[in-house]
Design a protein around this ligand. Structure first.
Ligand SMILES: [Zn+2]
Length: 267
């Protein structure tokens, strides 16, 4: 069985990020996926692997900022337009999620409650391995993972509660499957990477700063086969990634912005 997909692979760095989503009493931790074995020398060790939550939301938020900046009206994340007392919730430049027909750039890429997203965002789980050399047959990303105890203070500086939060630090990679997108939509998504700033919680306290290093747009050929080996059937999978280029990615913004300005001035 042969398939082909198109993906954007992004390399990033964070000094400290808290993609937290599991709370146990006063402690929040990252989503634990389980333990995997790895080999160092002739010894086997176990390490816990965690999920990086919030990558998709991070991307969607960045895409909204880009659209706003370029004067392209897109879906907001909210379905409500106003509160009971009449307070308007929908900022200028946005419309109610899923209300656009034909669908706007954001709904075409990210979907809405009623419409499926046409991209998927994924990353190999992260893990902390203290050994310099290690071998494992599970795809993981080695980062630093730890937890810190923080103390909430009352106005007069008296500690009222302490709580533990886990965080990770280091280089990580995530992929966006863009097989279903048009070239124009891919260019929009790539341009929106420039607007990525934070991942996870605590941004007001300086956590979650994300710095993107580079990206690669790839065609990936995947070939799956059944093989019989020593009387046992096995699944084998081969993947081959090839870097591709899109015309004028760097000029996308100028083209789009001038088009919108022209439209606005003609109206
Ligand atoms: Zn929309």
């Amino acid at each position: 069985m042969k398939t082909t997909k198109k993906q954007i692979v992004v390399r990033a760095y964070t000094p400290i990020a808290k993609p937290l989503n599991a709370s146990i009493q006063k402690n929040s931790t990252m989503l634990l996926l389980g333990e995997i074995p790895y080999v160092n020398g002739d010894k086997v060790f176990n390490t816990k692997v965690y999920y990086i939550k919030g990558l998709r939301g991070m991307l969607r938020h960045a895409a909204m900022k880009l659209a706003y900046d370029c004067g392209i009206e897109v879906c907001h994340t909210s379905e409500k337009t106003e509160l009971k007392d009449g307070t308007k919730l929908m900022p200028v430049g946005f419309h109610v999620l899923g209300s656009c027909d034909p669908p706007c750039m954001l709904q075409r890429i990210f979907g809405s409650f009623h419409k499926e997203s046409r991209i998927s965002v994924s990353a190999d789980p992260i893990t902390s391995i203290s050994h310099k050399d290690y071998e494992t047959n599970v795809a993981v990303q080695k980062v630093h993972i730890a937890s810190e105890t923080r103390i909430a203070l009352s106005f007069d500086g008296v500690p009222i509660q302490d709580f533990r939060q886990s965080y990770f630090s280091g280089y990580f990679t995530f992929s966006i499957d863009v097989t279903q997108l048009t070239d124009e939509e891919i260019k929009f998504l790539i341009e929106s990477l420039l607007y990525i700033e934070t991942l996870g919680g605590g941004k007001n306290a300086g956590y979650g700063q994300v710095k993107l290093l580079d990206f690669d747009l790839q065609n990936v050929d995947i070939e799956k086969k059944l093989e019989r080996n020593d009387g046992i059937y096995k699944f084998s999978e081969k993947t081959k990634a090839e870097s591709i280029a899109l015309d004028n990615i760097e000029d996308w913004r100028e083209t789009v912005v001038s088009l919108h300005t022209r439209r606005a001035s003609n109206a």
